[in-house]
Write a protein that binds this ligand. Structure first.
Ligand code: F6R
Length: 364
C-alpha cells in the first residue's frame, strides 16, 4: 500500500535515501570501502568505448553517466535515445561496451537497441531494476538497481538508483583504466556513502518546494536550466512536470539559452534552475542573470554554499546540503521530482496514472 502517503509517487520519492543506500550496499565493500562489481565476462580496462542507450528518465541517467565516464574514467562515450540508436548503425569496434539502462527491463525500444548492439559484437551491460526481465536474459552482465518495485508511472527512485549504479561503474572503470588512484577512489566512495543521509535532509525543504509549486502551477510553459551534469537533471525535471501536470516544460543547457529560447522569457514563463555550488556555479549564475534581466522569474535549486549568491537574484530557492560535485546530480534530482509532484497535487491530476502513459512501454 501507500503507507499513509497520498500517492505511490510521494511514497517512492521518500524512498530515495533508502534505495541509494541499498544500491550502495550491493556495490561497495564495507571493509575496504572500495567499489566491488560482480564478475564480468570482459575486462573493463580494455573496452575502447561505451555506447549508452535508454529511453526517458533512464536516458537522462545515462547522460549523467556519460559526464562521469568521460571525466573520471576518460572513456569515450556515445549516447542516444534507444529509438534513434536502433536505426543509427554507429560504427563500433568489437569489444566496445553497450550500456543499457532500464527500470522495467521490458521497454521495446531499449530491447531493440540492445539486440542491434549485440549484432555488432559489443559487450552488453544492463543497469536494470527488474532483474528477471527480458533485457536481463539478453545481457552479458546485469548491474541491479535495488530500488524495489516502482508503482507510480512516473519514475522517481529508480532514477537515483540508476545514477548510484552508474557512479559505481564509473569508479570501477576508472580504477581499471588507471585514471583513478586509491585516494581518488576513497574520496568518491565517501561522497557516495554520505548520500543517503544528505538525501534524507532534502525532505526538510518541503515547504520551500511547495512555495515554488504555487508559481509553477499557474504557468502554461516552464523553462528548466542546468549546466554540465545538472543539464540532465533539468531534463528530468521538465519530463516529470510534463508527464504528471500536463504543463509544457522544456529543458535547456543554461549556456544555450541565449542562442534562442531566451526570446520566450517573460514573467509568465517561470525558470526552474538547478545550480548547486560546483565548478559550473558562476557560469550558471551568469546565465540566470541574463534571464532575470529579461523579466524571468527565477526558481532555483541550490545548496548551502550557493545560497547567498542565489538569494540575491532568485524569486525563490530551495537550499540543499552541499555535497561533493560528483554526487550533486543525484541529490539535486530529488527536489526537481518533488516539485513536479507538488504541482500535480495542486492541479489535482491523476499523479500515479497520468493520461496516455503506461508504466512499461512494450511497443516500438
Ligand atoms: C519517466 C518515465 C519514462 C521511462 C521510460 C523508460 O518518468 O517513466 O520516461 O523512464 O519509458 O522506461 P524503462 O526505464 O522501464 O526502460
Amino acid at each position: 500500500g501507500k503507507d499513509g502517503y497520498r500517492h505511490y509517487m510521494e511514497k517512492e520519492l521518500h524512498e530515495h535515501p533508502l534505495v541509494i543506500g541499498q544500491t550502495l550496499q550491493r556495490m561497495v565493500d564495507p571493509a575496504s570501502r572500495r567499489v566491488m562489481l560482480p564478475e564480468m565476462p570482459f575486462d573493463l580496462a580494455s573496452v575502447p568505448r561505451a555506447v549508452i542507450t535508454a529511453c526517458g528518465s533512464a536516458f537522462y541517467a545515462g547522460m549523467i553517466g556519460r559526464y562521469w565516464l568521460e571525466d573520471i574514467a576518460r572513456l569515450p562515450v556515445d549516447i542516444d535515445v534507444a529509438s534513434e540508436m536502433r536505426y543509427r548503425n554507429p560504427p563500433l569496434t568489437a569489444g566496445s561496451l553497450g550500456l543499457l539502462i532500464s527500470q522495467s527491463g521490458e521497454t521495446a525500444d531499449t530491447l531493440a537497441a540492445l539486440r542491434s548492439l549485440r549484432e555488432k559484437a559489443v559487450h552488453i551491460l544492463s543497469v536494470l531494476n527488474v532483474e528477471h526481465s527480458t533485457m536481463a536474459r539478453e545481457s552479458d552482465v546485469v548491474l541491479g538497481t535495488v530500488a524495489g518495485p516502482e508503482i507510480s508511472v512516473a519514475s522517481t527512485k529508480a532514477f537515483t538508483a540508476q545514477l548510484t549504479v552508474l557512479a559505481c561503474l564509473t569508479i570501477a572503470t576508472a580504477r581499471a583504466r588507471g585514471t583513478l588512484d586509491a585516494l581518488g577512489e576513497e574520496e568518491l566512495v565517501s561522497a557516495l556513502l554520505d548520500l543517503p543521509s544528505r538525501a534524507a535532509e532534502v525532505f526538510t525543504q518541503g515547504a520551500a518546494v511547495r512555495r515554488m509549486a504555487q508559481i509553477v502551477a499557474e504557468a502554461r510553459d516552464v523553462l528548466y536550466l542546468g549546466r554540465g551534469s545538472m543539464f540532465p537533471v533539468a531534463m528530468e525535471g521538465a519530463l516529470k512536470l510534463k508527464e504528471i501536470t500536463y504543463i509544457h516544460a522544456e529543458a535547456y543547457a543554461a549556456g544555450e539559452m541565449k542562442h534562442g529560447p531566451i526570446s520566450l522569457i517573460d514573467r509568465t514563463v517561470p525558470i526552474v534552475a538547478s545550480a548547486p555550488y560546483t565548478p559550473l556555479f558562476d557560469k550558471t549564475l551568469s546565465n540566470l542573470q541574463e534571464a532575470k534581466a529579461r523579466g524571468g522569474r527565477l526558481l532555483v535549486f541550490t545548496d548551502t554554499k550557493g545560497a547567498e549568491r542565489v538569494s540575491a537574484i532568485a524569486e525563490d530557492m530551495v537550499v540543499l546540503p552541499h555535497v561533493h560535485d560528483f554526487v550533486a546530480p543525484i541529490l539535486q534530482t530529488i527536489p526537481v521530482q518533488m516539485l513536479a509532484y507538488e504541482v500535480a497535487v495542486l492541479k489535482g491530476t491523476d499523479v500515479d496514472q497520468p493520461r496516455n502513459l503506461a508504466k512499461s512501454v512494450t511497443v516500438e
